[in-house]
Design a protein around this ligand. Structure first.
Ligand SMILES: NC(=O)c1ccc[n+]([C@@H]2O[C@H](COP(=O)([O-])OP(=O)(O)OC[C@H]3O[C@@H](n4cnc5c(N)ncnc54)[C@H](OP(=O)(O)O)[C@@H]3O)[C@@H](O)[C@H]2O)c1
Length: 344
Protein backbone atom coordinates (compact mmCIF):
# COMPACT_ATOMS: atom_id res chain seq x y z
CA UNK A 1 0.00 0.00 0.00
CA UNK A 2 1.33 3.45 -0.86
CA UNK A 3 2.25 5.33 2.30
CA UNK A 4 1.68 8.83 0.85
CA UNK A 5 -0.78 7.83 -1.84
CA UNK A 6 -3.33 10.54 -1.05
CA UNK A 7 -0.86 13.38 -1.71
CA UNK A 8 -0.08 12.42 -5.28
CA UNK A 9 -2.19 13.64 -8.18
CA UNK A 10 -2.65 11.68 -11.38
CA UNK A 11 -3.38 12.80 -14.93
CA UNK A 12 -4.33 11.06 -18.13
CA UNK A 13 -1.36 10.20 -20.30
CA UNK A 14 -1.97 11.82 -23.71
CA UNK A 15 -5.03 10.32 -25.42
CA UNK A 16 -4.48 6.97 -23.73
CA UNK A 17 -6.30 5.22 -20.91
CA UNK A 18 -3.24 5.33 -18.65
CA UNK A 19 -3.08 7.56 -15.56
CA UNK A 20 0.34 8.77 -14.51
CA UNK A 21 1.53 10.69 -11.49
CA UNK A 22 2.23 14.42 -12.02
CA UNK A 23 5.72 13.78 -10.64
CA UNK A 24 7.81 11.18 -12.45
CA UNK A 25 11.24 10.12 -11.26
CA UNK A 26 14.14 10.78 -13.64
CA UNK A 27 16.85 8.11 -13.62
CA UNK A 28 19.67 10.12 -15.19
CA UNK A 29 21.64 10.13 -11.92
CA UNK A 30 21.46 6.32 -11.60
CA UNK A 31 24.35 3.99 -12.46
CA UNK A 32 27.70 3.84 -10.72
CA UNK A 33 29.87 3.98 -13.84
CA UNK A 34 28.96 7.66 -13.63
CA UNK A 35 30.22 8.14 -17.18
CA UNK A 36 28.32 11.43 -17.58
CA UNK A 37 29.35 12.71 -14.12
CA UNK A 38 25.72 13.33 -13.17
CA UNK A 39 25.34 11.43 -9.96
CA UNK A 40 26.69 7.90 -10.03
CA UNK A 41 24.10 6.48 -7.62
CA UNK A 42 24.86 2.91 -6.58
CA UNK A 43 22.27 0.13 -6.79
CA UNK A 44 21.58 0.52 -3.07
CA UNK A 45 21.03 4.29 -3.37
CA UNK A 46 18.89 3.74 -6.47
CA UNK A 47 16.74 1.16 -4.66
CA UNK A 48 16.22 3.58 -1.80
CA UNK A 49 15.21 6.54 -4.01
CA UNK A 50 12.94 4.44 -6.22
CA UNK A 51 11.20 2.89 -3.21
CA UNK A 52 10.71 6.33 -1.68
CA UNK A 53 9.25 7.57 -4.98
CA UNK A 54 6.89 4.59 -5.07
CA UNK A 55 5.82 5.37 -1.50
CA UNK A 56 4.92 8.89 -2.59
CA UNK A 57 2.68 7.38 -5.27
CA UNK A 58 4.98 8.07 -8.22
CA UNK A 59 4.09 5.53 -10.90
CA UNK A 60 6.20 6.80 -13.81
CA UNK A 61 9.98 6.36 -14.08
CA UNK A 62 12.04 7.84 -16.92
CA UNK A 63 15.37 6.56 -18.20
CA UNK A 64 17.25 6.22 -21.53
CA UNK A 65 19.45 3.65 -23.22
CA UNK A 66 22.35 6.12 -23.14
CA UNK A 67 22.16 7.14 -19.46
CA UNK A 68 25.38 5.98 -17.89
CA UNK A 69 25.93 3.77 -20.95
CA UNK A 70 22.94 1.56 -20.08
CA UNK A 71 23.68 1.32 -16.34
CA UNK A 72 20.73 3.57 -15.48
CA UNK A 73 18.32 1.11 -17.12
CA UNK A 74 19.97 -1.80 -15.30
CA UNK A 75 19.74 -0.08 -11.90
CA UNK A 76 16.17 1.17 -12.46
CA UNK A 77 14.98 -2.26 -13.65
CA UNK A 78 16.35 -3.95 -10.52
CA UNK A 79 14.91 -1.30 -8.21
CA UNK A 80 11.44 -1.57 -9.77
CA UNK A 81 11.27 -5.38 -9.61
CA UNK A 82 9.18 -5.54 -6.39
CA UNK A 83 6.38 -3.38 -7.87
CA UNK A 84 6.87 -3.66 -11.63
CA UNK A 85 3.19 -4.37 -12.34
CA UNK A 86 2.08 -1.14 -10.61
CA UNK A 87 4.53 1.23 -12.28
CA UNK A 88 5.35 2.44 -15.76
CA UNK A 89 8.70 2.76 -17.44
CA UNK A 90 9.60 5.33 -20.07
CA UNK A 91 12.88 4.86 -21.91
CA UNK A 92 14.44 6.29 -25.08
CA UNK A 93 16.13 5.39 -28.34
CA UNK A 94 18.25 7.33 -30.83
CA UNK A 95 21.53 7.99 -29.03
CA UNK A 96 24.75 6.27 -30.07
CA UNK A 97 24.90 2.71 -28.71
CA UNK A 98 28.12 1.53 -30.38
CA UNK A 99 30.80 2.46 -32.91
CA UNK A 100 28.95 1.17 -36.01
CA UNK A 101 27.68 3.71 -38.52
CA UNK A 102 24.12 2.48 -37.91
CA UNK A 103 24.28 2.25 -34.11
CA UNK A 104 22.61 5.62 -33.79
CA UNK A 105 19.39 7.24 -34.97
CA UNK A 106 15.88 6.12 -35.78
CA UNK A 107 16.41 3.48 -38.51
CA UNK A 108 14.58 0.16 -38.34
CA UNK A 109 17.91 -1.51 -37.60
CA UNK A 110 18.83 0.70 -34.66
CA UNK A 111 15.36 0.83 -33.10
CA UNK A 112 15.02 -2.97 -33.16
CA UNK A 113 18.49 -3.51 -31.73
CA UNK A 114 17.94 -0.83 -29.08
CA UNK A 115 14.57 -2.05 -27.79
CA UNK A 116 15.96 -5.59 -27.44
CA UNK A 117 18.90 -4.30 -25.42
CA UNK A 118 16.80 -1.89 -23.30
CA UNK A 119 14.31 -4.63 -22.35
CA UNK A 120 17.17 -6.93 -21.42
CA UNK A 121 18.88 -4.29 -19.28
CA UNK A 122 15.58 -3.33 -17.60
CA UNK A 123 14.74 -6.99 -16.98
CA UNK A 124 11.21 -6.58 -18.34
CA UNK A 125 9.29 -7.84 -21.37
CA UNK A 126 7.84 -4.44 -22.30
CA UNK A 127 8.04 -0.74 -21.55
CA UNK A 128 4.99 1.45 -21.36
CA UNK A 129 6.48 4.52 -23.05
CA UNK A 130 9.15 4.46 -25.76
CA UNK A 131 10.49 7.88 -26.70
CA UNK A 132 12.57 9.00 -29.65
CA UNK A 133 15.34 10.98 -27.97
CA UNK A 134 15.22 13.57 -30.77
CA UNK A 135 14.24 13.86 -34.44
CA UNK A 136 16.52 12.14 -36.99
CA UNK A 137 17.01 13.93 -40.30
CA UNK A 138 18.86 10.89 -41.76
CA UNK A 139 15.96 8.43 -41.77
CA UNK A 140 12.62 8.59 -43.64
CA UNK A 141 9.89 9.09 -41.06
CA UNK A 142 7.80 6.27 -42.61
CA UNK A 143 10.57 3.81 -41.67
CA UNK A 144 10.60 5.01 -38.07
CA UNK A 145 6.81 5.07 -37.72
CA UNK A 146 6.37 1.58 -39.18
CA UNK A 147 9.05 0.20 -36.86
CA UNK A 148 7.42 1.81 -33.81
CA UNK A 149 4.04 0.39 -34.87
CA UNK A 150 5.63 -3.08 -35.12
CA UNK A 151 6.88 -2.69 -31.55
CA UNK A 152 3.39 -1.74 -30.37
CA UNK A 153 1.85 -4.74 -32.16
CA UNK A 154 4.52 -7.10 -30.80
CA UNK A 155 3.82 -5.87 -27.27
CA UNK A 156 7.36 -4.55 -26.72
CA UNK A 157 6.01 -1.06 -26.07
CA UNK A 158 2.59 0.34 -25.18
CA UNK A 159 2.92 3.94 -26.33
CA UNK A 160 5.30 5.67 -28.75
CA UNK A 161 6.41 9.18 -27.79
CA UNK A 162 8.64 12.14 -28.65
CA UNK A 163 11.46 13.96 -26.96
CA UNK A 164 13.31 17.01 -28.29
CA UNK A 165 11.17 17.35 -31.43
CA UNK A 166 9.94 20.46 -33.20
CA UNK A 167 6.18 21.00 -33.49
CA UNK A 168 6.02 20.32 -37.25
CA UNK A 169 7.90 17.04 -36.77
CA UNK A 170 5.45 15.83 -34.13
CA UNK A 171 2.48 16.94 -36.24
CA UNK A 172 3.84 15.05 -39.24
CA UNK A 173 4.37 11.87 -37.20
CA UNK A 174 0.90 11.97 -35.70
CA UNK A 175 -0.81 12.83 -38.99
CA UNK A 176 0.96 9.87 -40.64
CA UNK A 177 0.03 7.64 -37.70
CA UNK A 178 -3.60 8.73 -38.01
CA UNK A 179 -3.72 8.08 -41.77
CA UNK A 180 -2.42 4.55 -41.23
CA UNK A 181 -4.52 3.79 -38.12
CA UNK A 182 -1.33 3.49 -36.10
CA UNK A 183 -0.94 4.26 -32.38
CA UNK A 184 -0.95 7.97 -31.50
CA UNK A 185 2.30 9.48 -30.14
CA UNK A 186 1.08 10.55 -26.72
CA UNK A 187 3.75 12.75 -25.16
CA UNK A 188 6.71 15.03 -25.71
CA UNK A 189 9.57 15.12 -23.25
CA UNK A 190 11.04 18.60 -23.49
CA UNK A 191 13.23 20.98 -21.53
CA UNK A 192 10.90 23.33 -19.67
CA UNK A 193 11.56 25.50 -16.67
CA UNK A 194 11.45 29.11 -15.51
CA UNK A 195 14.75 29.50 -17.39
CA UNK A 196 13.57 28.06 -20.70
CA UNK A 197 10.03 28.65 -21.94
CA UNK A 198 10.81 28.22 -25.67
CA UNK A 199 8.28 25.42 -26.14
CA UNK A 200 5.35 27.62 -25.21
CA UNK A 201 5.37 29.32 -28.62
CA UNK A 202 5.11 26.48 -31.16
CA UNK A 203 4.86 23.24 -29.19
CA UNK A 204 2.21 24.09 -26.62
CA UNK A 205 -0.50 24.97 -29.16
CA UNK A 206 0.25 21.83 -31.19
CA UNK A 207 0.31 19.58 -28.13
CA UNK A 208 -2.98 20.96 -26.87
CA UNK A 209 -4.57 20.57 -30.31
CA UNK A 210 -3.48 16.91 -30.65
CA UNK A 211 -3.73 15.93 -26.94
CA UNK A 212 -0.13 15.21 -26.01
CA UNK A 213 1.20 15.24 -22.45
CA UNK A 214 4.29 17.26 -21.64
CA UNK A 215 7.02 15.54 -19.65
CA UNK A 216 9.20 18.44 -18.48
CA UNK A 217 12.90 17.58 -18.28
CA UNK A 218 15.39 19.53 -16.16
CA UNK A 219 12.61 21.43 -14.35
CA UNK A 220 15.28 22.90 -12.02
CA UNK A 221 17.43 23.63 -15.05
CA UNK A 222 20.08 21.20 -13.87
CA UNK A 223 19.95 22.57 -10.30
CA UNK A 224 20.25 26.33 -11.02
CA UNK A 225 16.68 26.81 -9.85
CA UNK A 226 17.51 25.36 -6.45
CA UNK A 227 19.34 28.67 -6.00
CA UNK A 228 22.53 26.94 -4.86
CA UNK A 229 24.75 28.66 -7.44
CA UNK A 230 23.50 32.12 -6.46
CA UNK A 231 23.01 34.88 -9.01
CA UNK A 232 26.66 34.76 -10.08
CA UNK A 233 26.58 31.04 -10.90
CA UNK A 234 29.40 30.09 -8.55
CA UNK A 235 30.08 26.39 -9.07
CA UNK A 236 31.99 23.88 -7.00
CA UNK A 237 32.78 20.18 -7.41
CA UNK A 238 30.14 17.77 -6.19
CA UNK A 239 27.50 19.74 -8.08
CA UNK A 240 26.16 19.21 -11.61
CA UNK A 241 27.67 22.42 -13.01
CA UNK A 242 30.91 22.06 -11.06
CA UNK A 243 31.52 18.55 -12.33
CA UNK A 244 30.07 18.79 -15.79
CA UNK A 245 29.61 22.40 -16.91
CA UNK A 246 26.50 24.36 -17.74
CA UNK A 247 23.68 22.30 -19.23
CA UNK A 248 20.98 23.00 -20.28
CA UNK A 249 22.18 26.37 -21.62
CA UNK A 250 20.36 29.52 -20.46
CA UNK A 251 20.72 33.28 -20.42
CA UNK A 252 22.63 34.01 -17.22
CA UNK A 253 21.81 37.73 -17.28
CA UNK A 254 18.03 37.34 -17.32
CA UNK A 255 18.29 34.42 -14.88
CA UNK A 256 19.37 36.87 -12.14
CA UNK A 257 16.00 38.64 -12.13
CA UNK A 258 14.04 35.38 -12.46
CA UNK A 259 15.88 33.96 -9.43
CA UNK A 260 15.20 37.16 -7.49
CA UNK A 261 11.43 36.97 -8.11
CA UNK A 262 11.36 33.22 -7.38
CA UNK A 263 13.23 33.84 -4.11
CA UNK A 264 10.62 36.43 -3.08
CA UNK A 265 7.84 33.93 -3.78
CA UNK A 266 9.73 31.23 -1.81
CA UNK A 267 9.88 33.58 1.20
CA UNK A 268 6.14 34.25 0.95
CA UNK A 269 5.40 30.52 0.74
CA UNK A 270 7.98 29.68 3.42
CA UNK A 271 9.52 27.05 1.15
CA UNK A 272 12.68 26.47 -0.89
CA UNK A 273 13.32 28.07 -4.24
CA UNK A 274 13.30 24.59 -5.83
CA UNK A 275 9.71 24.13 -4.62
CA UNK A 276 8.61 27.35 -6.30
CA UNK A 277 10.32 26.34 -9.56
CA UNK A 278 8.73 22.87 -9.57
CA UNK A 279 5.30 24.17 -8.56
CA UNK A 280 5.42 26.69 -11.39
CA UNK A 281 6.01 23.83 -13.88
CA UNK A 282 3.08 21.93 -12.36
CA UNK A 283 0.91 25.03 -12.78
CA UNK A 284 1.50 24.69 -16.55
CA UNK A 285 -0.11 21.22 -16.50
CA UNK A 286 3.17 19.41 -17.16
CA UNK A 287 4.30 16.09 -15.76
CA UNK A 288 7.47 16.98 -13.86
CA UNK A 289 10.55 14.78 -14.21
CA UNK A 290 12.12 15.09 -10.79
CA UNK A 291 15.91 14.74 -10.79
CA UNK A 292 18.04 14.25 -7.69
CA UNK A 293 21.55 13.19 -6.77
CA UNK A 294 20.65 12.58 -3.11
CA UNK A 295 17.67 11.37 -1.14
CA UNK A 296 17.59 14.72 0.71
CA UNK A 297 17.21 16.59 -2.58
CA UNK A 298 14.47 14.18 -3.64
CA UNK A 299 12.59 14.70 -0.36
CA UNK A 300 12.95 18.45 -0.61
CA UNK A 301 11.64 18.44 -4.18
CA UNK A 302 8.65 16.29 -3.27
CA UNK A 303 7.51 19.00 -0.82
CA UNK A 304 6.49 20.96 -3.95
CA UNK A 305 3.35 18.81 -3.99
CA UNK A 306 2.11 20.81 -0.99
CA UNK A 307 2.82 24.24 -2.45
CA UNK A 308 -0.12 26.07 -3.94
CA UNK A 309 1.18 29.11 -5.75
CA UNK A 310 -1.39 31.91 -5.80
CA UNK A 311 -2.50 33.31 -9.15
CA UNK A 312 -0.64 36.53 -8.32
CA UNK A 313 2.58 34.58 -7.64
CA UNK A 314 2.23 32.65 -10.90
CA UNK A 315 1.66 35.93 -12.74
CA UNK A 316 4.81 37.49 -11.25
CA UNK A 317 6.87 34.41 -12.15
CA UNK A 318 5.36 34.40 -15.65
CA UNK A 319 6.19 38.05 -16.17
CA UNK A 320 9.74 37.72 -14.86
CA UNK A 321 10.51 34.76 -17.11
CA UNK A 322 8.51 35.64 -20.22
CA UNK A 323 10.17 35.74 -23.63
CA UNK A 324 9.51 38.04 -26.55
CA UNK A 325 6.53 36.60 -28.40
CA UNK A 326 7.72 35.27 -31.73
CA UNK A 327 6.22 35.93 -35.13
CA UNK A 328 3.77 34.70 -36.45
CA UNK A 329 2.28 34.09 -32.97
CA UNK A 330 1.73 37.80 -32.30
CA UNK A 331 0.27 38.40 -35.77
CA UNK A 332 -2.25 35.58 -35.37
CA UNK A 333 -3.32 37.05 -31.99
CA UNK A 334 -3.51 40.52 -33.49
CA UNK A 335 -5.80 39.38 -36.29
CA UNK A 336 -7.95 37.52 -33.76
CA UNK A 337 -8.69 40.59 -31.61
CA UNK A 338 -12.24 40.67 -30.29
CA UNK A 339 -12.84 36.92 -30.66
CA UNK A 340 -12.52 36.13 -26.96
CA UNK A 341 -14.85 33.12 -27.00
CA UNK A 342 -13.66 29.53 -26.72
CA UNK A 343 -11.36 28.18 -29.46
CA UNK A 344 -11.50 24.67 -30.91
N1 LIG B 1 14.93 13.94 -22.90
C1 LIG B 1 16.05 14.55 -22.62
O1 LIG B 1 16.81 14.98 -23.52
C2 LIG B 1 16.44 14.76 -21.18
C3 LIG B 1 17.53 15.59 -20.85
C4 LIG B 1 17.81 15.76 -19.49
C5 LIG B 1 17.04 15.12 -18.52
N2 LIG B 1 16.02 14.29 -18.88
C6 LIG B 1 15.18 13.59 -17.88
O2 LIG B 1 14.74 14.52 -16.90
C7 LIG B 1 15.12 14.07 -15.59
C8 LIG B 1 15.39 15.26 -14.71
O3 LIG B 1 16.41 16.07 -15.31
P1 LIG B 1 17.51 16.77 -14.42
O4 LIG B 1 18.18 15.76 -13.56
O5 LIG B 1 18.34 17.62 -15.30
O6 LIG B 1 16.53 17.67 -13.48
P2 LIG B 1 16.79 19.00 -12.64
O7 LIG B 1 15.79 18.97 -11.56
O8 LIG B 1 16.80 20.19 -13.52
O9 LIG B 1 18.26 18.83 -12.05
C9 LIG B 1 18.51 17.82 -11.12
C10 LIG B 1 19.85 18.10 -10.44
O10 LIG B 1 19.80 19.34 -9.73
C11 LIG B 1 20.38 19.19 -8.44
N3 LIG B 1 19.28 19.25 -7.48
C12 LIG B 1 18.07 18.64 -7.54
N4 LIG B 1 17.31 18.96 -6.50
C13 LIG B 1 18.02 19.81 -5.74
C14 LIG B 1 17.75 20.50 -4.54
N5 LIG B 1 16.58 20.36 -3.91
N6 LIG B 1 18.73 21.31 -4.02
C15 LIG B 1 19.92 21.44 -4.65
N7 LIG B 1 20.24 20.82 -5.80
C16 LIG B 1 19.29 20.00 -6.35
C17 LIG B 1 21.05 17.81 -8.45
O11 LIG B 1 22.35 17.94 -9.06
P3 LIG B 1 23.73 18.10 -8.23
O12 LIG B 1 23.48 17.77 -6.80
O13 LIG B 1 24.62 17.15 -8.91
O14 LIG B 1 24.13 19.52 -8.43
C18 LIG B 1 20.17 17.03 -9.40
O15 LIG B 1 20.78 15.91 -9.95
C19 LIG B 1 16.33 13.16 -15.85
O16 LIG B 1 16.56 12.24 -14.82
C20 LIG B 1 15.92 12.47 -17.14
O17 LIG B 1 15.02 11.43 -16.83
C21 LIG B 1 15.71 14.12 -20.20
Amino acid sequence: MHKYYSFMKYVKYGKSGLYVSIFALGAMTFGDKNSWKLGGLSQEQTNEMVKRAYDYGINLFDTADVYDEGESEVALGKALKPFRSEVHIATKVRGRSGKGINQIGLSRHHIRESIRESLERLGTDHVEIYQMHSFDYHVPIEETIETFQDLVERGDIDYPAFSNFQAWQMALFNATARENHYEHYHSAQMNYSLLNRDIEQELFPYMQHDTLSLLAWSPLHGGVLSGKYGKNMETKSGTRFGDRGVFPPFDQESAKYILEVAEDVAKEQDCKLANVALSWVISKKAIVLVGARTLEQFEENMKSLDINLTSDQIKRLDEASSDREMYPGWMIKRQDRGRDFEKI
